[in-house]
Design a protein around this ligand. Structure first.
Ligand SMILES: Cc1cc2nc3c(=O)[nH]c(=O)nc-3n(C[C@H](O)[C@H](O)[C@H](O)COP(=O)(O)OP(=O)(O)OC[C@H]3O[C@@H](n4cnc5c(N)ncnc54)[C@H](O)[C@@H]3O)c2cc1C
Length: 462
């Protein structure tokens, strides 16, 4: 325990909780504090393992009264580790995992600590789905409050477009609802402003009738990259909204499901998801299948949760991650050439680059309807250096940064906050563009002292 914290205070606080606390001298401290990204090693003074909303209120009040930096942790996947804080207090929401689904209204209410997989499992039982991300171990509220890009973005919009309301514990410890008719300014702000405004203990989500999808990857020979990317950039923007497909560079995983002769080969890929009628899938994929250099076609019918967890084993907790990102309106030929160059230079086999389409239904919200600053962008790009070996940190970080630098001139200016490292205030403001000023005003109203500053921080307006 740091010198700042009075042991008696912590003991008294801990006794009031329905959950518990973990302190630096507890035997499970290292296990509990560990984040997904092994490159980040933070040592909080206190981790509050909240069991319910009352624990969250108590934790916010205790942290504020003790003058501690407060971090909010859901799935712990944040790239720069903003779900934890050195010497401060972590509000660990992993005990708030209930999901209740109302099939009649096609809505779900999820606890603030749910993972994407928890939401998927509960909604799938009713043949419904909430737009979320491509790896099921990611925190649902961390992902959704920042935006939420995934396989359903073109069909059903971003996660934020499907948040109908939230229960939020504010900096003063009060609990409020945020929805269209209550605290509508807060409702606006949390749909993209992340954890800046309070601790979200519940989210109400709109669900969509998606159950079985026809989905999976297609891999092309890296030599065909330029042709594939030039084809893809036109094709996807004109495809029906039932078809999602993100372009990727990857290495074929050395797993039994892939032909051994392809193992570890670098490829250009598209990971598809068709949500239309199954008998329409052959037509939807015909053009892709006719593109030259196709090495593997893994597209097949599967339950949506299977698709949303297909990469879980490939990317378990404990790898080193360094990533950069940008929003992209178009991919001119010069950008295609740069992509081809950096795709071929991935330094280790888990490194990857994704271009996630964010057109279709994600374009139906206007530029200021939510804080998401780039409704005009067609893709979110991410350059992810990933490797299990700490010795490769330098190589994967350099590749990610160099790739980003080379492509940034072709970007829309800012990036998705959930796929950024700690890159400075300019980059945060660029992420929100014209919406930043309103976010700052809302922050001043709900968190004037910036209690919740361990995040991609929105500074309260003066
Ligand atoms: C392997 C991997 C795959 C990913 N895939 C996708 C993807 O497909 N689509 C996508 O959009 N993003 C994706 N991301 C990015 C992801 O959205 C961010 O990393 C996000 O921060 C993760 O949320 P978390 O809850 O797991 O993180 P945490 O580290 O637990 O939290 C991160 C931040 O979220 C905020 N937060 C979390 N929960 C709450 C809450 N209940 N109330 C208030 N604030 C809260 C806090 O500010 C906190 O600092 C992926 C990340 C990884 C590592």
């Amino acid at each position: 325990m740091t010198e700042m914290l009075d042991v008696a205070h912590v003991d008294a606080f801990a006794q009031k909780l329905n959950g518990g606390v973990t302190r630096p001298d507890d035997s499970d401290y290292d296990e509990v504090r560990t984040l997904y990204n092994a490159m980040i090693d933070k040592r909080p003074a206190l981790i509050v393992r909240c069991a319910d909303r009352d624990d969250v209120v108590a934790a916010v009040n205790f942290g504020r009264e003790e003058g501690l930096d407060i971090a909010i942790r859901c799935g712990g996947h944040n790239g720069p580790g903003l779900g934890s804080v050195d010497d401060g207090l972590v509000i660990d929401l992993s005990g708030l995992k209930t999901v209740s689904v109302d099939p009649d209204s096609a809505t779900a209410t999820i606890g603030g600590g749910c993972l994407v997989g928890d939401v998927d499992a509960a909604t799938h039982e009713h043949g419904l789905a909430a737009p979320a991300g491509i790896i099921s171990t990611t925190g649902a509220s961390g992902l959704m409050l920042g935006g939420g890009i995934g396989h359903l973005s073109r069909k059903a919009g971003l996660s934020i477009d499907n948040i109908l309301g939230a229960e939020v514990v504010l900096a003063d410890g009060s609990v409020v609802n945020a929805n269209e008719s209550e605290n509508d300014d807060l409702y606006w702000a949390i749909r993209g402003g992340g954890g800046n405004f309070g601790v979200v203990t519940q989210l109400k989500l709109r669900l969509h009738p998606v159950s079985t999808v026809v989905a999976g990857p297609m891999f092309w020979d890296l030599d065909n990259t330029a042709d594939i990317l030039r084809w893809y950039r036109e094709f996807i923007l004109n495809a029906p909204e039932d078809l999602n497909g993100f372009f990727a560079f990857a290495s074929v995983p050395p797993a039994p499901m892939f032909p051994e002769e392809l193992h570890l080969q670098k490829v250009a890929a598209v990971v598809w998801c068709w949500t239309g009628p199954e008998d329409g899938a052959a037509d939807a994929f015909a053009e892709a299948r006719s593109q030259p250099g196709l090495l593997l076609d893994g597209v097949q019918p599967m339950p949506l949760p299977t698709l949303n967890s297909a990469f879980d084993d490939l990317y378990p907790a404990g790898d080193q991650w360094y990533w950069r990102a940008d929003f992209v309106e178009s991919i001119p030929d010069e950008a295609v050439e740069k992509h081809a160059e950096f795709g071929a230079k991935m330094p280790t086999w888990k490194c990857t680059m994704h271009l996630y389409p964010i057109d279709g239904a994600a374009h139906r919200a206007g530029p200021t309807d939510t804080p998401w600053g780039y409704r005009n962008a067609n893709w979110g790009s991410v350059f992810a250096g990933v490797d299990p070996d700490p010795a490769n940190v330098e190589a994967i970080s350099a590749w990610s940064k160099d790739y980003y630098e080379a492509l940034h001139p072709f970007s829309a200016g800012g990036a998705y906050v959930n796929m950024m490292m700690e890159e400075g205030q300019d980059r945060i403001e660029a992420a929100y563009g014209e919406n930043y000023a309103r976010l700052a005003r809302t922050k001043a109203e709900y968190d004037p002292d910036n209690l919740f500053h361990v995040n991609q921080n929105i500074k309260p307006a003066a």
